[in-house]
Write a protein that binds this ligand. Structure first.
Ligand code: SF4
Ligand code: SF4
Length: 298
């Protein structure tokens, strides 16, 4: 993304409390000088938290990530050989040692679930992380084969909750496993499971096009948003409003559901796949939400 485009986005954000997540692909592939220019713009935003999302695959990524106070990275136990998790951990430790906040995410892919959610959580705990977000897979073309049946994801989330509760039972109070702990603190306030499209999230592609949903945006073929338009103009354009409306169309199964505010219908990309359509579970992981509800009232 050009520095000018970043400035334009910052102008739209102004003094609102919108956070900025620099994501990719792999954003550390962009030159370090460009990142410095991004930051000289973004650091002037008075109420926004700025974060970079990186796989931390090499020393160059660390160099770029160090510029950002907040870094999100993900752990995949099955990538031990390919990505070399020992080196990844060293890089996380280096960044933590420099005072950066390193936020950890584990994607609930089929292979991570096969590996064992509790086992993966034990490992990240052993690495010194006390807070972790478990992300349900978004079944993009690349990730379709790794996307489990939503019931399996629900069960994996329940397993993560049981893991956290057991840790607390033995006196470890500093644990935060999202989305479970976030939901426990406020079922309708926590946005770790809710689909943010069109409401609390705008995705700006490198060419300046905006989309409501990070994953779905690029697949919308019948709506042409003129990429020469400014971000502000696109936000109020009919094309974008239509995209949001189409994206957020409710499904029959959601009518009257008590968890609507919590999940807003779940991931629409997932809901529209055969994986979800053939499952007894919905794309908002209702079995897991019912489990959390049981814990809230205990
Ligand atoms: S829990 Fe399931 S049925 Fe209920 S609103 Fe969410 S997606 Fe819809
Ligand atoms: S549909 Fe919502 S939850 Fe799913 S990828 Fe898009 S923005 Fe995220």
């Amino acid at each position: 993304m050009s520095v000018d485009k970043m400035q334009e986005i910052a102008d739209v954000i102004g003094d609102t409390n919108a956070d900025v997540h620099i994501i990719g692909g792999e954003p550390t592939l962009v030159g370090i000088d460009t990142h410095k220019q991004y930051l000289s713009i973004l650091s002037k935003l008075p109420s926004s938290k700025i974060m970079i999302v990186t796989a931390l695959q090499n020393a160059r990524a660390v160099k770029v990530a160090k510029l950002y106070q907040n870094i999100a990275t993900s752990y995949d136990p099955n990538a031990r050989i390919e990505v070399n998790n020992d080196k990844w951990l060293e890089r996380c430790k280096e960044l933590r040692g420099c005072g950066n906040n390193v936020h950890l995410c584990v994607s609930l892919s089929q292979s991570v679930i096969d590996y064992g959610v509790s086992k993966a959580l034990d490992e990240v705990y052993g690495f010194g992380f006390r807070s972790v977000h478990l992300a349900a897979m978004v079944p993009t073309m690349n990730a379709l084969a790794e996307t489990p049946d939503p019931m399996i994801t629900s069960q994996a989330m329940i397993e993560s909750a049981e893991w956290a509760l057991e840790k607390r039972r033995v006196g470890e109070d500093g644990i935060f496993v999202s989305p479970f702990d976030g939901l426990l603190q406020g079922m309708s306030n926590y946005d770790g499971l809710r689909c943010p499209a069109g409401e609390s999230c705008v995705n700006v592609e490198p060419n300046g096009k905006i989309h409501a949903c990070v994953a779905k945006g690029g697949e919308v073929k019948d709506i042409v948003i003129n990429q020469m338009q400014s971000t502000e103009t696109q936000l109020s354009s009919n094309a974008y409003i239509l995209e949001v409306a189409q994206h957020n169309r409710s499904r029959t199964e959601c009518f009257g559901c008590e968890f609507w505010i919590t999940c807003k219908g779940g991931c629409r990309v997932l809901a529209n796949t055969d994986i979800a359509k053939n499952s007894v579970e919905c794309a908002g992981f209702k079995t897991f939400l019912n489990y959390v509800k049981g814990k809230v009232h205990v």
